[in-house]
Design a protein around this ligand. Structure first.
Ligand SMILES: Nc1ncnc2c1ncn2[C@@H]1O[C@H](COP(=O)(O)OP(=O)(O)O)[C@@H](O)[C@H]1O
Ligand SMILES: [Mg+2]
Length: 420
């Protein structure tokens, strides 16, 4: 029986879904987690804590662990574990993505530089040190990038600290706000001191945004390496100043030709970084007949959003990925033919969540599969750009993407969150 090490940061939503897939497949699992709050009880096969913040040290620990309890493959479940997985797998001579490729997915300025050097469509960009006077940076940005721009931290996620600025005045404010987010303990813990001293400023790309869920494999007969598992449309406008993700619906309603452009660009972008094995989550924008890669992660889709995806007759994305990782056959890559969608329920304002109403009514909306609230009553809620969480997730499935989208909106409209 193959033994899989799943690297699951304690903040991840995804432990249960991966554990369930592992149990179904009959693979033995050891969960490696960080030290902030171990996922007690998450693993049947074992639980070990490693240093996620210092991946070189963490890789030493995994190497020592694997000497006593050998593992056949290492899978990173969320952003926090991708670098550690690559480094540890390299040590243990297990299949892995090159460390430098994964590093480029964890540093947005490195990502920009690599994609631009490879000739992929890229916005103009500039990196500023947090200690520079904002007014001076604003003037440099006017010359080098041109407004509107998007200001973003190098290594945070979930749109935290990502702010659009249309002119120098707005830039100064956005720059101050991002730099102050970068001084918080949480942000430092997430992105590490090495990435908290600079911010990336890049040209704002208008146009619609999609995300592509893909799997990098051995080169195939058709020469391709990236298998597109799903393209999600994001039907709510993402125009800023903050970029709150809400609805994702698949299959995409874009014309075939645009979907092929998205797939081809995502593949070129992954190969330009040097990624070659395992899941990728790529966000792209379409503008002027070109696809721009906004963000690339060497892991599968985050939050609980993977629950929208089913392959063949009920295979989950987690099962597909574990099959890939363990070399078990993948019976099909065909997604269930129905449309599916998820709404990440945004946090409307800061405060303490006092009450939630309407969950049953939302679940009773036709096509709604489930509603999951992920913040407990009494918990603190923080909206973007400072926050990182969602109030919860709404899932829907139906015949067409349009009706799935409408069902998600109807369900959301029945929910009431009392925030004090
Ligand atoms: N250059 C850009 N032009 C337009 N929108 C952008 C740009 N960069 C980021 N965004 C928006 O901000 C969101 C978050 O940015 P991203 O780089 O993906 O950071 P994160 O790692 O936090 O997800 C994107 O999904 C997109 O909607
Ligand atoms: Mg992103």
């Amino acid at each position: 029986m193959p033994r899989v090490m799943l690297l699951i940061p304690s903040a991840s939503y995804r432990a249960p879904d991966f554990m369930e897939a592992a149990a179904r497949l009959g693979v033995e699992v050891v969960v490696g987690t960080d030290r902030r709050s171990p996922l007690e009880g998450a693993a049947h096969g074992g639980l070990a804590t490693f240093d996620f913040d210092d991946p070189e040290h963490g890789a030493d620990e995994i190497e020592a662990y694997a000497t006593l309890h050998p593992v056949d493959t290492i899978v990173a479940v969320d952003d926090g574990g991708t670098l550690l997985a690559a480094r540890a797998a390299r040590r243990l001579e297990l299949p892995h993505n090159p460390v430098s490729a994964v590093e480029a997915t964890r540093d947005k300025s490195a990502l920009r530089a690599r994609l631009q050097a490879a000739g992929l469509p890229s916005p103009a960009w500039h990196v500023a040190h947090v200690s520079e006077p904002p007014e001076a940076v604003a003037a440099t940005v006017r010359e080098r990038v041109g407004y509107p721009v998007v200001v973003k931290p190098l290594a945070l996620s979930a749109s935290r600290g990502v702010i659009r600025a249309d002119d120098e005045r707005a830039f100064v404010e956005a720059f101050r706000r991002v730099t102050s987010i970068l001084t918080t303990e949480e942000a430092l813990a997430e992105c590490g001191a090495r990435h908290a001293d600079r911010v990336l400023i890049e040209g704002y790309i208008p146009g619609i945004e999609v995300s592509l869920e893909g799997l990098l494999t051995e080169p195939r007969a058709d020469g391709g390496r990236l298998r597109a598992l799903a393209i999600f449309d994001k039907p709510d406008p993402l125009v800023g100043p903050y970029f709150e993700e809400t609805i994702y619906v698949t299959p995409s309603r874009l014309p075939e030709e645009q979907q092929r452009l998205i797939e081809a660009t995502a593949e070129r972008a992954c190969l330009a970084l040097g990624l070659r094995d395992g899941p990728v989550h790529v966000e792209l924008r379409l503008d002027g007949g070109q696809a721009y890669s906004i963000d690339i992660a060497a892991r599968s889709i985050g939050g609980l959003c993977a629950r929208t995806l089913q392959f063949g007759t009920g295979m989950s994305l987690e099962e597909l990925l574990l099959r890939h990782a363990t070399g078990a056959g993948i019976p099909t890559f065909e997604r269930d033919t129905r449309a599916a969608g998820v709404m990440m329920i945004p946090i409307p304002r800061a405060g303490v969540l006092r009450a939630i109403e309407g969950v049953e009514a939302a679940e009773a909306v036709p096509l709604i599969e489930s509603v999951t609230i992920s913040i407990p009553v009494g918990g603190k809620v923080t909206p973007l750009p400072e926050g990182t969480e969602y109030l919860g997730f709404i899932f829907a499935r139906g015949e067409s993407p349009a009706e799935v989208e409408q069902a998600l909106r109807n369900a959301h409209a029945t929910l009431r969150f009392e925030i004090e």
